[in-house]
Design a binder for this molecule. Structure first.
Ligand code: BJW
Length: 276
């Protein structure tokens, strides 16, 4: 971790705060990352599972993979990094969480102002009638699942070679161009177009802070880069108090609330993460 940090001072002065997250933020909840040791792409080929061509070739195989990931993620809980980001949303006058994660854990932690650039594992999308619906069935009773209209359903996620949801990408780009602080947590910063957002923010004058286990292509460009586990580093960086045993106290009262805030309360102490 960098010896000193100006993040708290910058946040105190900031009007618009953006956070970009990747798989590393959920790693300590027990959700596997994609790249690096233990990453999904070490075990599976993205071309076989995460492209539209792979799905058309073998929807059953792709759905079996997604079903097994949904089963694992269904047992996972947000960790201290998710909770810290949820508290940050309550503190910032204007805030946007831009996540590449499809696991839904940020929402579970209490974030409301968020865009999911790569979709969500708990939604399905009918290839025939185009309807997008929530689907929480774990495990799936039929693989591949079908829509009421008889059409083939696919996970409502973004695969390689596919366009990101245009409204989500536009909102993320607009916020990156105009924010005062841009925090980047647990992403390898290699998958485009998400990987360009911190650079856009930096060029437009934002204070850019990265938290990651290891250096990334962003490290040399960021104002601060902190290396270690997000669930340990992020609450400390944000000044969230901890008790005598070192457990962070995730209470809204630990932050000054914007006066007009009417959002739901942030959930309390994190639950135990599941085993991967
Ligand atoms: C911790 C930690 C702890 C671990 N604490 N840290 C320009 C140049 C080159 C290529 C392209 C380009 N533009 C587009 C492309 C192609 C491609 C791309 O970027 N490829 C690169 C890999 C080279 N991009 C696309 O295809 C995108 N589409 C697109 O651009 O379309 C254009 C278009 C326009 C109009 C019409 C048609 C097309 C789509 C990208 C979709 C990505 N999809 C996936 C799968 C989602 C569904 C699913 O989950 O199954 O999204 S791939 C995967 O990577 C997933 C992630 O969201 C994404 C990013 O990964 P992330 O989150 O960064 O995870 P990791 O594993 O890479 O990194 C984890 C990090 O955490 C590491 O750094 C660890 O060190 C760290 N860490 N534990 C802190 N405890």
């Amino acid at each position: 971790m960098a010896a000193t940090s100006q993040l708290q001072e910058r946040l105190a002065e900031a009007r618009r705060v953006a956070v970009l997250t990747g798989a590393g933020v959920s790693a300590e909840s027990g959700v596997p990352t994609f790249r690096g040791a233990g990453g999904l792409w070490r075990k599976y080929r993205a071309e076989d599972l995460a492209t539209p061509e792979a799905f058309h070739r073998n929807p059953k195989l792709v759905w079996e993979w997604y079903d097994s990931r949904r089963q694992l993620i269904a047992r996972c809980q947000p960790n201290a990094a998710h909770r810290a980001i949820a508290l940050l949303e309550h503190r910032a006058p204007e805030f946007l969480l831009i996540t590449q994660n499809v696991d839904g854990l940020h929402r579970l932690a209490g974030n409301v102002r968020l865009v999911e650039l790569h979709g969500n594992l708990w939604r399905v999308h009918c290839l025939d009638d185009g309807q997008v619906t929530e689907n929480l069935e774990v495990p799936l009773q039929a693989i591949p699942p079908r829509c009421g209209c008889g059409g083939l359903l696919r996970p409502d996620v973004v695969w390689f070679g596919e366009a990101l949801p245009p409204e989500a990408l536009q909102a993320a780009s607009d916020f990156a161009e105009s924010c005062d602080v841009f925090l980047v947590v647990g992403t390898s910063v290699v998958v485009q177009p998400a990987a360009s957002l911190p650079t856009i923010a930096r060029r437009r004058g934002a204070y850019v802070v990265e938290v990651n286990l290891e250096p990334t292509p962003l490290t040399s460009l960021a104002h601060e880069s902190h290396h270690g586990k997000a669930a340990e580093i992020l609450p400390r960086l944000l000044g969230i108090p901890s008790d005598a045993s070192g457990n962070f106290e995730f209470r809204i009262s630990n932050f000054e609330m914007p006066s007009s805030d009417s959002r739901p309360p942030t959930p309390g102490t994190p639950e135990k993460p599941c085993s991967p």
